[in-house]
Design a binder for this molecule. Structure first.
Ligand code: HEM
Length: 158
């Protein structure tokens, strides 16, 4: 009897804790950027942080001001989602977009490497583009899952 009680108690506790973590995960607030909002953080305004998105993940790249600030080599990449440009290592204005249509397998692999090895490792995530968080019709994208970034303590703004 005692053993049966322990088993029931343990099962109840594990159900509760699973639900609990699911609820916390689903309700964790994320900052959502529209294209217009992201554009404000293109490094042109003194004192404002510099933001850039890759794969819909918005990074604060202010510490890389020598790459991304006004007049710096990669300034064209910031204030927007530059996924295609990074995948192709291109600064062609036509590639300064989130659109990955027609990228080759090796460009997609290179994108993953830079996304993980440079951006996720070096720069804190500050939010996500609305394109990543929402579906085409504006409803929440049920597939959305925030990226983990254990090397940073993300400031909770809410
Ligand atoms: C002649 C061409 C290029 C040269 C010589 C060059 C050189 C470099 C060097 C030396 C770094 C490493 C800097 C460091 O970690 O201290 C770097 C980083 C980088 N490059 Fe280039 N690059 C070139 C073209 C491009 C192009 C066309 C793109 C287009 C997207 C690009 C995107 C990047 C990015 C995203 C980084 C990472 C910056 C960071 O750490 O935040 N590069 N490049």
């Amino acid at each position: 009897m005692f053993y049966a009680c322990i088993v029931v108690l343990y099962s109840l506790l594990s159900i509760c804790s699973t639900n609990d973590s699911k609820i916390k995960h689903a309700s964790k607030p994320v900052r959502l950027f529209t294209e217009e909002e992201l554009q404000r953080y293109d490094g042109s305004e003194e004192g404002q942080p510099i933001y850039m998105a890759i794969k819909g993940v918005v990074f604060d790249v202010s510490t890389g001001k020598e790459f991304y600030g006004t007049g710096a080599s990669y300034n064209a990449l910031v204030g927007k989602d530059s996924t295609r440009a990074v995948a192709k290592m291109s600064l062609d204005p036509a590639d300064l977009t989130y659109d990955t249509t027609g990228l080759t397998e090796s460009q997609l692999q290179s994108l993953e490497q830079i996304f993980k090895g440079t951006y996720k490792a070096k720069y804190p995530i500050v939010g996500y583009t609305s394109r990543r968080v929402l579906s085409e019709d504006g409803s929440p994208n049920t597939e959305f899952k925030p990226e983990d970034q254990p090397s940073f303590t993300i400031k909770d703004e809410f």
